[in-house]
Ligand binder design. Structure first.
Ligand code: WTA
Length: 645
């Protein structure tokens, strides 16, 4: 655990004007505290349209399997689309799309609704109906959002696989979700050139065993792609034939909405399952509460990729359900130059910006003069997510990007929690650099010690969630035991998040990083075990250990230690070979920054690798306490080899 928290008395009250018009005031906490379930029932009814109202808010008779609003019925896509058109807001821009090469498209709610209806009809023509899983492997383009909402409209859960993942990762996710349809694109634009996607889908299917019958291909880059007539169909051809009328059927509130895979402490990614009514309630509430969204005025921009939960909740479901106008940008922040993001803020008059600490630190590195060249006066609120934000980056964000006017909200949540859990309400309290501060109204968390005893002031402990919440995961797809073991077995009846945390003297929460074998690299979750398995699968490696070492830009960096198989001669290009191997096996984000070839790994008498010692080495902290090792001298050997490499 890295403790970069520092006691700070600096807090920033919201501008008066902001507080005066804030969506959430202090009274909201009182209301939620008085009657937590009543609070969520009110939110579900006031924020969403239900075809059939619910009579029971929460069914927790079979923990940890929660059912929220379970006898209510609604259609998630209709809540994100049709209802805004019916309310007379069809002409409002839903999406300002900015392609990396500079092409742009404005899509109104009426247009987006029509496109999603067509896409729903298109999926029906391929035999998709309620409960069928659809895999989506796409770049950051409007068709991705359209595809996801078309699935939601039919009650067919999607499984979006991040476009940066390899064909192997895609294969295992298609298999696990048993998807019969894959929606993809020829490619997308990244770093000034087309990067391909379709070949990875072909390779995944070629690996065999998948039930895939149809691959729908959006043309984005115009790259040449191989075409298989028996299964491939062009998105434009398929959509061209479809009527833009489709009546959304209401499904029960617990109808599965999506599966999203995330790294856990074992090698196999978990398919996190989210359902409809509770998820959409809390996603929509997060947008109104934490981001103080005013749909008629604001221009919201979340810079995440739709392949992660942040993109699911804060590009697709939350903002669209809230009726927001938002920006979707396809590419990287430094294409064609490092001013691109600020150019986008200026061009569209972005008012609310939501990004990750790693991006903020990268912009800090590029220098204040870059954002200084653009008009950022439209901004009124800044958000961050993905990893603990150090107070320096927070303060830079507030002053250089927010010109000391915009509240900064540090939002803590997870793929599993579905929506915001801990974040300051920007109009109701002063914000504090580096702290996520308080649970949202209606959310209950604690910091506890190893035995589950509540901790106070400055004692580092574990973050737990001690009451069920509407957007909570409903399980691990196809594996109820893993759901119970991972989240609900550490402490009886309460959710274990896997994060270290502490309260400060004001009762504000600070996050201290993961307490398990999950690394956080540039806000992306990676499993040490998964990367170790990948390394060991290479035929020159006998054994491997992976650690997340502190890194000034990416938060953590993947550093690997590998022992070669007997008889394999050490060569200079081995490190690069192994880095590339992991990159193609899992995806470029998992590529280790360093792979040290060593003769030994530090192990306890029972044979467990002591990663803590390797982490100290990787962070240049020297050799730590090696008294628990079976052979204390191995650390000196490893240390010499690391210095020599
Ligand atoms: C970390 C991303 C500190 C944390 C939404 C969590 C954070 C994991 C913060 C979830 C934050 C996310 N402060 N740590 N504001 N936000 N994390 O599932 O370790 O990709 O458990 O969801 O990221 O990552 P995930």
């Amino acid at each position: 655990m890295t403790d970069h928290t520092e006691s700070t008395s600096t807090t920033y009250a919201p501008p008066e004007e902001f507080a005066a018009h804030a969506n959430v005031t202090a009274a909201e906490y009182e209301r939620a505290d008085e009657d937590r379930l009543g609070f969520w029932a009110d939110k579900a009814r006031s924020l969403l349209d239900w075809e059939t109202d619910f009579t029971e808010t929460l069914d927790w008779t079979n923990p940890p399997f929660a059912r929220w609003f379970s006898d209510g019925r609604l259609n998630v896509a209709a809540n994100c689309l049709d209802r805004h058109v019916e309310a007379g807001n069809g002409d409002r821009i839903a999406i300002h799309f900015e392609g990396e090469p500079g092409d742009s498209r404005g899509i109104t709610y009426a247009e987006l609704t029509a496109e999603v209806k067509k896409a729903a009809n298109a999926l029906i023509s391929l035999g998709v109906s309620q409960g069928d899983r659809v895999a989506i492997y796409m770049p950051m383009i409007p068709e991705t959002v359209i595809a996801m909402l078309a699935c939601a409209r039919l009650g067919a859960p999607h499984s979006v696989v991040f476009g940066g993942f390899s064909s192997d990762a895609l294969h295992s996710r298609i298999l696990d979700a048993e998807a019969r349809v894959v929606i993809t694109a020829d490619g997308g634009f990244r770093r000034g050139k087309p990067s391909s996607l379709k070949p990875a889908v072909d390779a995944a299917i070629e690996k065999g065993g998948t039930p895939v019958e149809h691959v729908v291909v959006v043309e984005r880059t115009g790259q040449d792609v191989e075409w298989f007539d028996d299964r491939d169909v062009a998105w434009a051809d398929l959509m061209g034939e479809q009527p833009d009328e489709h009546t959304a059927e209401a499904f029960e509130a617990e109808n599965p909405l999506y599966v999203l895979y995330t790294s856990g402490t074992t090698g196999k990614p978990k398919g996190i399952l989210h359902t409809s009514g509770g998820y959409l309630t809390q996603a929509t509430y997060s947008v109104f509460a934490t981001f103080d969204l005013k749909p008629e005025k604001d221009v919201f921009w979340c810079t995440a990729d739709v392949g992660w939960v942040t993109g699911h909740t804060f590009i697709v479901y939350g903002p669209l359900s809230a009726g927001a106008t938002q920006v979707i940008y396809e590419g990287t922040p430094d294409t064609p130059d490092t001013g691109r993001w600020w150019d986008i803020v200026q061009k569209y008059g972005v008012t609310i910006l939501y990004t990750a600490p790693t991006a903020i630190r990268t912009c800090m590195k590029w220098g204040d003069e870059i954002p200084g060249q653009y008009d950022l006066s439209s901004l009124r609120l800044l958000g961050t997510v993905g990893e603990p934000i150090n107070p320096e980056a927070w303060t830079w964000y507030r002053s250089v990007i927010g010109k000391d006017r915009c509240p900064v909200v540090d939002t803590w949540w997870q793929t599993e929690t579905g929506a915001h859990m801990i974040a300051p309400m920007p109009g109701a309290m002063a914000t504090k650099p580096g702290s996520s501060q308080r649970p949202l109204p209606g959310i209950s968390v604690k910091v506890v010690d190893d035995e589950g005893n509540p901790l106070k002031n400055d004692e580092p402990g574990l973050l737990v969630i001690d009451e069920p919440w509407p957007a909570m995961l409903r399980g691990v797809y196809g594996d109820p035991e893993r759901y119970k073991d991972t989240y609900w077995s550490r402490f009886e009846g309460i959710y274990f998040a896997g994060d270290g945390a502490k309260y400060d003297e004001d009762g504000d929460i600070w996050f201290l990083g993961r307490v398990d074998d999950v690394m956080n690299v540039s806000g992306h979750r990676l499993s040490t075990t998964e990367i170790e398995s990948s390394l060991v699968a290479h035929d020159i490696v006998a054994e491997a250990a992976v650690v997340g070492a502190a890194d000034a830009t990416s938060g953590q960096a993947v550093v690997a230690f590998a022992i070669l198989r007997g008889g394999v001669e050490r060569t200079d290009d081995m490190e690069e070979t192994l880095r590339a191997h992991v990159g193609s096996d899992i995806g470029p984000i998992a590529k280790p920054k360093r792979v040290h070839i060593v003769d030994e790994l530090p192990k306890t008498r029972s044979g467990k690798i002591v990663r803590r010692l390797l982490k100290d080495l990787a962070e240049d902290k020297g050799v730590g306490d090696s008294s628990t090792l079976a052979d204390a001298s191995v650390m000196d050997v490893i240390s010499k080899q690391v210095q020599g490499s």
